[in-house]
Design a protein around this ligand. Structure first.
Ligand code: TYM
Length: 330
């Protein structure tokens, strides 16, 4: 059977990439599996250090997850810092993870930039906390977008090195689930760059809070090329390929089908159809988010309840880890 775990940072500007690469799959998986979903505020603290903004973002992301269709009656949804076992296991894992492994992480290199000496230590050990998130539930499957693949491989290595050092088969190897047509959604302004909340241009992404007009406008103004017909060719037609992928993912069809349908279409016709489809699928999510955000007490009660469910799984695992390493039982 297995247990599903995944996480998302509470950042302002949760977008179509998060939705297609992750949230939508979270929703599908809860039909068949026990799922635990986490808003990782401790990860966000590595880059976001403003208390009021952090609080707002936690509610915004909780609303986005619920509006996307995660059902709190089936899945546990909670905030990372309210389940202490994550940070406590992370410390233990920090003590078995070689620095060399973290030095290879491309996301750290990107985020730390040129002045690595000034980067917070938490940014460096970020993937260790991520491994703890997963392993503290002994989760077997982790639905993520393609950009998290390297972190997932590291989590597998950390599980293995812990097992080796403490002569146990305690942690399973968590499998990444990189599902659907749109595992790496690209910027609408530059098809070679990932769609991201850190892009300074709001036109580069569709936010889940965008209303119908904003969604349609962003798609109509998305970068295109001068070739007739829509075809998939990441090398030579990155923008066409990205829009085609988004279309396939939103329509629930395949790239090949969409390619066939629009083989002869002009870019502007294709964009018109994509705009309609995106508005139909995404505008209701923004509406539902607004409704949920008007009731922060409800959101808090869901998160509290999720945290209690999460603790019930994580605390006994942490107790066994303490046993294995020789700490007193927590
Ligand atoms: P985060 O918050 O950056 O992103 C959340 C999820 O969205 C996916 N994603 C994308 N998918 C497709 N195209 C894109 N342009 C795109 N941008 C983001 C991400 O792959 C992710 O699945 N480190 C993680 C959060 C985390 C986590 C975990 C995930 C912390 N602990 C444990 C899984 C398991 C992160 O920063 O995701």
């Amino acid at each position: 059977q297995g247990l599903i775990f995944s996480g998302i940072q509470p950042t302002h500007g949760i977008h179509l990439g998060n939705y297609l690469g992750a949230l939508r799959n979270w929703v599908t998986l809860q039909e068949s599996h026990r799922c635990i979903y986490c808003i990782v505020d401790q990860h966000a603290l590595t880059t976001l250090q403003d208390a009021a903004q952090m609080r707002r973002n936690i509610h915004e992301v909780a609303a986005a997850i619920l509006a996307s269709g995660v059902d709190p009656k089936r899945s546990a949804l909670f905030v990372q810092s309210s389940v202490a076992a994550h940070a406590r296991l992370a410390w233990v894992l920090n003590c078995v993870t070689p620095m060399g492994w973290l030095n290879r992480m491309t996301q750290f290199k990107e985020k730390a930039g040129k002045h690595r000496e000034n980067a917070p230590v938490g940014l460096f050990s970020y993937p260790v906390l991520m491994a703890a998130d997963i392993l503290v539930y002994r989760a077997t499957h982790v639905p993520v977008g393609e950009d998290q693949k390297q972190h997932l491989e590291l989590a597998r290595d950390i599980a293995a090195i812990f097992n080796r050092k403490f002569e146990s088969e305690f942690f399973p190897q968590p499998e990444p689930l990189i599902l659907g047509e749109a595992t790496r959604v690209m910027s609408l302004r530059d098809g070679t760059k990932k769609m991201s909340k850190s892009d300074t241009s709001d036109m580069s992404r569709i936010n889940l809070t965008d209303d119908a007009d904003a969604i349609a406008q962003k798609i109509r103004r998305a970068k295109s090329d001068a070739i007739l017909g829509i075809s998939f060719d990441r090398e030579n037609r990155p923008e066409a390929s990205n829009l085609l992928t988004i279309y396939a993912a939103l329509a629930g069809s395949t790239r090949a089908e969409v390619e066939r349908e629009y083989a002869e279409a002009s870019f502007s016709d294709f964009k018109g159809r994509l705009a309609d489809l995106a508005v139909e699928k995404l505008a209701p999510i923004a509406g539902e988010m607004r409704r949920l955000l008007a009731d922060p007490g409800y959101l808090d009660s869901i998160l509290e309840d999720g945290a209690a469910q999460a603790r019930a799984v994580a605390d006994p695992v942490l107790a066994q880890v303490h046993e294995l390493v020789g700490f007193p039982r927590p």
